[in-house]
Design a protein around this ligand. Structure first.
Ligand code: GAP
Length: 514
């Protein structure tokens, strides 16, 4: 138990991104909308607008490029071998029995008998008032909110919250639940004992809705890879060690979808299963941890905001118990600040999945090494990241307050990740400037994502482009008529440079490559 989080700072934390402003910006500028918004939304589901789609596709394409098209150089100085798949979202339900998801993919839930609200036990934090053994349960992170703190002060009858202790709610013995006041309650003893709740969405394949036709939406892309392992080994001339990569949607009926797109019920994953000899698992785990950390930095995430965290023994998943351990790459999200939250996990899945599928399907999934004549089930190292959680990371990382700008902030995406690379802005609607801008647009539009932005005063157009993180604003002005040059404004420094019209494509192409 610690005193550490009983009292959170109520003042703004330097460097921390204001989540409400980021979410409002995402809607206003077409990054992310609430799904079914005109019907008041649906909890845990999000739609990506034009800019969000472009940002997500940039991150996705970069992952595919760096995993499948040009995978990293291995410890022997040669590129490692990784092939891609795109498997079905719905598979034979026996696959989910084999993988352990039917039996064990669940979260511990507590219900409030009074409010009928349901909470994930491991997402609650207990604030303990030892003067009278009263315990208040709150969502982790919610103690950052002034109204929640006010409520706590009122209920505890003191302003001196540092005297209260905090602990993960999982450490509270169920016999003490009679002293607990739930997050939305004002009465003691209304929370039930924790119960397990399976996270897989169910549906039925075919016209008859019975147990026989029950199917699941995949909760991870990984199993689609294991299901294709035999086909790949038999047909694709791969040799251990090799990887199979997949990007796609995954679905989890999360009990408490939270923090914008960080934890949603429909999301996208980028996963790679790396099949290696059991004796080499440790070596490859270390290799992939380093490679993946470098990759997140390469898409513009500052190393200061990333950390590696080894899973504790009691956190390990059912498949990782005997392995060399799971390491998470964590990011300092605005809602975990100054703490970190998971962005990607690099797990040692041992031979768990292949052995389980071998047992349940009755098909041999051994690998035969025709050089050493050894027969074995490979071990698996799995770098598993969230594409949509990666988008959340890039959005938070890009948000840069700047009081000197009309927009008071700008989105400092790495140019290669920015949804729009360049905006072409005729200064006025006179003197043929729009025609020159249109001509320039037609010349560059196939080379990088460009917008022709003709309406509004120039200051407003700069501000809009700052808000969406366009690295370059190209302005056609009256000097262009005389000297065939334009100004190129750099988003980050706001400096302007004159560049010849026929050199614009080259200038921007060079500046956005990395
Ligand atoms: N195949 C292993 C696996 O799925 P995981 O840690 O459960 O492992 C991998 O998920 C990554 O998927 C996480 O690190 C996170 O980035 C992302 N992820 C998991 N659940 C998510 C959710 N509900 N919403 C958004 N992203 C999620």
């Amino acid at each position: 138990m610690s005193n550490a989080t009983a009292v959170k700072q109520e003042t703004a934390v330097p460097g921390k991104v204001p989540m409400d402003e980021l979410v409002a910006l995402c809607k206003r500028r077409g990054f992310i909308f609430q799904a079914s918004e005109i019907y008041d939304g649906i909890n845990g589901f999000w739609d990506y607008g034009p800019l969000g789609t472009a940002l997500k596709n940039n991150l996705r394409d970069r992952w595919w490029q760096d995993m499948v098209i040009a995978p990293p150089i291995g410890p022997d100085g040669r590129p490692v071998q990784i092939v891609g798949v795109d498997s079905a979202i719905i598979q034979n339900p026996r696959a989910w029995e084999a993988s352990g998801h039917v039996d064990t993919f669940s979260d511990p839930m507590v219900d409030c008998k009074k409010t009928k609200l349901r909470y994930r036990q491991d997402h609650l934090v207990a604030v303990i008032d030892e003067r009278n053994n009263q315990i208040f349960a709150f969502y982790e992170g919610s103690l950052e909110d002034t109204p929640v703190l006010k409520k706590l002060k009122k209920m505890a009858g003191t302003d001196e919250l540092s005297k209260l202790k905090t602990a993960p709610f999982t450490e509270i013995d169920v016999s003490a639940y009679t002293n607990v006041i739930g997050p939305d309650s004002d009465e003691k003893g209304t929370l039930t004992e924790p119960r397990q709740f399976n996270l897989m969405f169910e549906s039925h394949a075919g016209p008859i809705k019975d147990e026989k036709n029950k199917v699941y939406l995949r909760p991870e892309t990984a199993q689609g890879i294991f299901l294709n392992y035999k086909n790949i080994v038999d047909n694709m001339r791969v040799r251990v060690p090799f990887g199979i990569a997949q990007i796609g949607k995954a679905f989890r009926n999360e009990v408490t979808p939270r923090n914008f797109i960080f934890r949603s019920r429909e999301f996208e994953q980028m996963e790679m299963e790396w099949f290696c000899h059991p004796d080499e698992a440790q070596k490859w785990r270390d290799f992939w941890v380093e490679a993946r950390m470098d990759w997140w930095k390469s898409v513009g995430v500052s190393g200061d905001h990333l950390q590696l965290r080894d899973h504790d023994k009691d956190e390990l998943s059912h498949y990782a118990k005997d392995g060399v351990g799971t390491v998470d790459i964590e990011y300092k999200f605005p809602f975990t600040w100054p703490g970190f939250g998971e962005l990607e996990g690099i797990a040692h899945r041992c031979d768990y999945d292949l052995k389980q599928h071998e047992k349940h399907s009755g098909k041999k999934l051994e690998y035969f090494d025709d050089i050493t004549k050894e027969r074995y089930i490979p071990h698996v190292i799995e770098p598993a990241s969230g594409l949509t959680r990666g988008v959340m990371t890039l959005l938070a990382e890009a948000y840069t307050p700047d009081e000197t700008r009309p927009s008071k902030m700008f989105m400092k995406f790495k140019p290669s990740m920015a949804p729009i690379k360049a905006a072409i802005l005729p200064l006025t609607n006179k003197d043929g400037l729009p025609d020159i801008a249109e001509k320039l647009y037609m010349a560059v539009r196939g080379k990088f994502m460009t917008q022709l932005d003709t309406k509004g005063n120039i200051g407003k157009r700069y501000a809009r482009n700052d808000e969406i993180g366009t690295p370059f604003c190209i302005t056609v002005d009256n000097d262009t008529l005389n000297d065939q040059t334009v100004t190129i404004r750099d988003r980050d420094t706001m400096t302007q440079e004159r560049v010849a019209l026929d050199k614009v494509a080259e200038y921007v192409s060079k500046a956005i490559e990395d």
